[in-house]
Design a protein around this ligand. Sequence first.
Ligand code: PGA
Length: 298
Amino acid sequence: MHFTFRQLQVFLAVAEQGSFTRAAEALCLSQPAVSMQVKQLERHTGLALFEQFGKRIELTHAGHELAIYARRIAGLLEEADTVFEQIRDARRGRLSVSVASTAGAFATRLLAAFARRHPAARISLDVTNNEGLYAQLDANACDLVIMGRPPEALDLVADPFMDNPLVMIAPPEHPLAGHEAVALQRFAAERFVVREPGSGTRRAAEGYFARHGVPFDAHLEMTTNEAIKQAVAAGLGLAVVSQHTLGLELASGALVRLDVAGLPIVRQWYVAHRRGRRLSPLAVKFRDLVLSEAGDYV
Ligand code: PGA
């Protein structure tokens, strides 16, 4: 059989309208053009597809059968069209992601992997603290957020995807370096280098010490984890940081991780967006990557 999809479309229009004239109007064609397409189809199949009852036309048995297949073919082509549309969008689309400072390193590596898979996508990454992320979610200002603890006051879709262990770091010459399961009380007189007040890591560390009734001396305040690590290595104090901010410093011996009883404080990383925000195909793909592969990038 050699017929075209255009002929099937015309045939379906006639079947649905029950009239050559109305089908011609619906398709913006002349009535003879519609009749000709249907005749060609009848020639190809060798069967009559319509019967005339006075002014009415109706499908023959063969016509009914052909209509079933024609609708399936039309449905499949529509589905393919939707898929192509999504692929086009995903290729050209934009993605804006905001992440907690502490997630900055692994989130950047994840975005780099994503950018390699979607080279035409335009990506923006904003790195800020927990409070900044709250404000962005409140304003629905970005596609996705990677954060420590999603605020309950906002209606969000938030999925945990990975543990976030907080550990205590010290310079290598610290007297408790190498000791095992040191009691938290031993740190009551220590000075700590901490992040700014809006930081989730800082809130978690202060909360942990408070719950155990141990004083926490937030002696020096710094806005980045990098600065904190430098300060600790330089002997300005100890710090509680996410394991995910530690890279080569431990391997190179610039810093050590203290073995404190009860630590790490295990938090979770979440990927979140405002409920009701329609995620673009690109954002859906990035979210899927975060949920399935984030662990490979820490
Ligand atoms: P932050 O990390 O300390 O960079 O705000 C987020 C969090 O752990 O909640």
